[in-house]
Design a binder for this molecule. Structure first.
Ligand code: AMP
Ligand code: MN
Ligand code: MN
Length: 336
């Protein structure tokens, strides 16, 4: 059940790309609130399409057109357009790092209407939408799948494509720390670095560069974290939350909270970590992590979200305490 794409699916994806004329409209789409994998795999592949001679390639994602500052300088960022400027009726649609159509917002219709579409993803919870499905739950990042398709299309790696794919790979492996960091991940990283990109420089820009206000905000939100040793069948749960008012007080955009889960999940006394981030009045984006005791993907899917076994998310409603009550109950139902 965790098998990657079949030879037929790879062939169908190559055929779908080759079915487009060089002047046809090609729309690339990644998930709402894009992260390094969503943007890196999409832009790296978009640059590959340019190398093949395709002249009309656009990249977008649903919702507010906010590209996190560290990603604004990615090669291929000039392919990005806000959702309203996406091609209305593209000949070919390619989708990156999207576990379910809900993460495409109104752009899901663009995918359904296109004569050809290819979904590149690595979420175990992928719901199986789209035309040709290249979904590999064993892949550490969607950029692994993008690399597989680029090589089958005969596009050689160059430093620009490599930088995009490297950012995606480094993001989704937690800088080569997570379980998915396999031999083949390091082999791909080696091929990417061999193009001449500078991993130290890239990591500094992507992971180790934050506004002072974001650091202060992180301090305040971490300061209100709660440890519940009895939760998760006694394996422990730690949680915190951040409101829109918190963001406003420090003058920060929502995406600065995307990495807040990392210090929270490092708490030794808790298997499960939770960060509840306000999106709108009564609406919260919930990040879940486990060290192995809980299938948090199951928790997220039961709430209409998705993700991986040890890293998942969903949208919750009410007060943060309501969301945490729900998570506490569901975690007990999804103990491994
Ligand atoms: P995050 O906590 O936002 O870093 O997300 C962790 C994982 O869960 C990522 O693989 C996301 O793609 C996935 N994920 C987060 N939120 C959702 C959601 N609402 N629906 C589906 N998948 C999600
Ligand atoms: Mn993602
Ligand atoms: Mn990903």
């Amino acid at each position: 059940m965790t098998l990657g794409p079949s030879a037929q699916q790879w062939a169908a994806a190559v055929a779908a790309v080759r079915s487009a004329g060089l002047d046809d409209e090609i729309q690339l789409i990644c998930h709402v609130n894009p992260d390094g994998d969503a943007l890196g795999s999409m832009l790296g592949f978009g640059l590959g399409l340019r190398r093949l001679g395709f002249t009309r390639v656009r990249a977008t994602f649903p919702g507010d057109f906010v590209v996190p500052t560290p990603y604004q300088r990615l090669p291929g960022a000039d392919l990005l357009v806000p959702e309203p400027d996406a091609f209305a009726d593209p000949r070919l649609v390619l989708v990156f790092d999207v576990a379910s159509e809900s993460r495409l917002g109104a752009l899901a219709g663009r995918l359904a209407a296109a004569p050809a579409s290819v979904v590149l993803d690595h979420h175990a919870s992928n719901t199986g939408f789209g035309g040709v499905r290249l979904v590999d739950p064993q892949a550490a990042a969607t950029s692994v799948v993008a690399d597989g398709l680029l090589s089958r299309l005969g596009v050689p790696l160059d430093p620009e494509i490599a930088e995009c794919l490297y950012v995606a790979l480094a993001t989704d492996t937690g800088s080569f720390k997570f379980d998915m960091t396999t031999v083949s991940v390091h082999e791909l990283a080696a091929r990417l670095i061999a193009t001449g990109i500078r991993p130290g420089e890239i990591s500094r820009q992507i992971f180790d560069s934050k506004p002072f206000g974001a650091m202060k905000l992180t301090g305040e939100v971490l300061g209100r974290a709660v440890l519940e040793p009895a939760a998760a069948g006694g394996r422990g749960m730690v949680w915190t939350y951040a409101t829109l008012a918190d963001l406003e007080r420090y003058g920060q955009p929502p995406y600065v909270l995307d990495t807040l889960i990392d210090p929270v999940r490092s708490v030794a006394e808790a298997d499960v970590s939770v960060v509840v981030k306000q999106v709108a009045a009564g609406e919260w984006s919930v990040s879940l992590r486990s060290k192995g005791a809980v299938d948090v993907s199951g928790v997220a899917v039961s709430q209409g979200g998705g993700g991986h076994r040890l890293a998942a998310g969903f949208t919750g409603y009410g007060e943060p305490s309501d969301v945490v009550d729900t998570v506490r109950r569901l975690v007990d139902e999804h103990l491994n």
